[in-house]
Design a protein around this ligand. Structure first.
Ligand code: NAI
Length: 280
C-alpha cells in the first residue's frame, strides 16, 4: 500500500508550474493521497512566458496532472489571507474528497523585491508579507485544524518556513520575521494539537530553483548589472556545502515524509532541506 493511501491533503500556493507547491501536490498524489490543490486566481495574461507557452491553467492544471495519475484532485482558488475563501475551499474540498487529514502551508511571498532596509521599506509591504506568510498559516491551520478536530481522524500539518526562518538576511523586509514566526507557530501548534492526534512540523528550504528564487535573485542581478542566469550561476553557491541549488521535488519528498506514517512520532520539529547550509 502507498504510504499516503487514504489521506486527503490540501496544499496552498500550488498554482505555479515551477513552484514547490505543485511539486508537493504531485508527490503526495504519487504517494497515494487525494489532493485539494489551492492557489491564487491569476490573470492568464500576466503569467510568465514558460507558463503561457504551456497553456498553463494554474491549480486546474495541477489537479488535471494528479487525476491523470489515477488519484482524485480538485483545483480551488483560495487566497490564504481571506478567511471566507478558506472556509469555502475547505467545505468544498471535504464535500468532494472527504475529511482533510493532511495540510501543507506552502503559500508565501518574498519581500526582497523591494531590496530595501527595514528602515526604508513601505509599511504596506511589511504588513502584506506578514499577512500572507504568517497570518495565512494561522488562517489555514485554524480552519483545517477545527475540521480535523471535529472529524476525529487525526492528521498531519507541514508548514513551509525558510532558511530565513532560522537566521536573518538583510533587505528581506518582513520575510525573515514571518518565517521565524512560522517556526514558532509550528512548535506551539504541535503542543496544542497532539491531544487530537495531529502532528505539526516545518520545513526550511534553502535556495530552491523556482520562479520566486528567480524573482529575488533577478533583483540582485539587476543591481549588480548582470543577467539572471550569469548571476545565478555564481550567487551564493559557494556557501552551500552541496554546491548546488535544491529542486522543488526535494522539498516535496521531505513534506511527504513528514505527512506520512514514517514520521508518526515526529512533531514540533523543523527540518532544514538546504544542502547543508544550516545545521541547527
Ligand atoms: P512560488 O512563488 O512559486 O510559490 C509561492 C506560491 O504562493 C505561488 O503560487 C503564489 O501564487 C502563492 N501565493 C502568494 N500569495 C498567496 C496568497 N495570498 N494566497 C495563496 N497563495 C499565495 O515560490 P516557491 O519557491 O515555490 O515557494 C514556496 C514556499 O517555499 C514559499 O512559502 C516560500 O517562502 C518558501 N521558500 C522558498 C525558497 C526558494 O528558494 N524558492 C526558499 C525558502 C522558502
Amino acid at each position: 500500500m502507498s504510504k499516503l493511501e487514504g489521506m486527503v491533503a490540501l496544499v496552498t500556493g500550488a498554482a505555479r508550474l515551477r513552484g514547490i507547491g505543485r511539486a508537493i501536490a504531485v508527490r503526495l498524489a504519487e504517494d497515494g493521497a487525494d489532493v485539494i490543490v489551492t492557489g491564487l486566481d491569476r490573470d492568464p495574461s500576466r503569467l510568465p512566458p514558460h507558463e503561457q507557452e504551456q497553456g498553463w491553467k494554474g491549480v486546474e492544471s495541477v489537479a488535471e496532472e494528479i487525476r491523470a495519475m489515477g488519484r482524485k484532485a480538485i483545483g480551488v482558488h483560495c487566497d490564504v489571507t481571506k478567511p471566507d475563501q478558506i472556509a469555502e475551499c475547505v467545505a468544498r474540498g471535504e464535500s468532494e474528497l472527504g475529511p482533510i487529514t493532511g495540510l501543507v502551508n506552502n503559500a508565501g511571498i518574498a519581500s526582497e523585491a523591494a531590496a530595501a532596509s527595514i528602515l526604508d521599506m513601505s509599511d504596506d509591504l511589511w504588513h502584506h508579507t506578514i499577512d500572507v506568510n504568517l497570518n495565512g498559516v494561522y488562517n489555514m491551520v485554524k480552519a483545517v485544524g477545527q475540521s480535523m478536530r471535529a472529524n476525529g481522524k487525526g492528521g498531519a500539518i507541514v508548514n513551509i518556513s525558510s532558511l530565513a526562518g532560522r537566521m536573518g538576511f538583510a533587505n528581506y523586509g518582513g520575510y525573515c520575521a514571518s518565517k521565524f514566526g512560522v517556526v514558532g507557530l509550528t512548535q506551539q501548534l504541535a503542543l496544542e494539537l497532539a491531544q487530537h492526534n495531529i502532528r505539526v512540523n516545518a520545513i526550511c528550504p534553502g535556495s530552491i530553483d523556482s520562479d520566486m528564487l528567480d524573482g529575488t535573485i533577478g533583483r540582485k542581478a539587476e543591481i549588480a548589472g548582470m543577467g539572471l542566469e550569469e548571476f545565478k550561476a555564481q550567487y551564493n553557491l559557494g556557501i552551500i556545502p552541496m554546491k548546488r541549488r535544491g529542486t522543488p521535488a526535494e522539498q516535496a519528498a521531505a513534506a511527504a515524509f513528514l505527512l506520512g506514517p514514517d514520521a508518526g512520532y515526529i512533531t514540533g520539529q523543523t527540518l532544514n532541506v538546504d544542502g547543508g547550509y544550516r545545521m541547527d
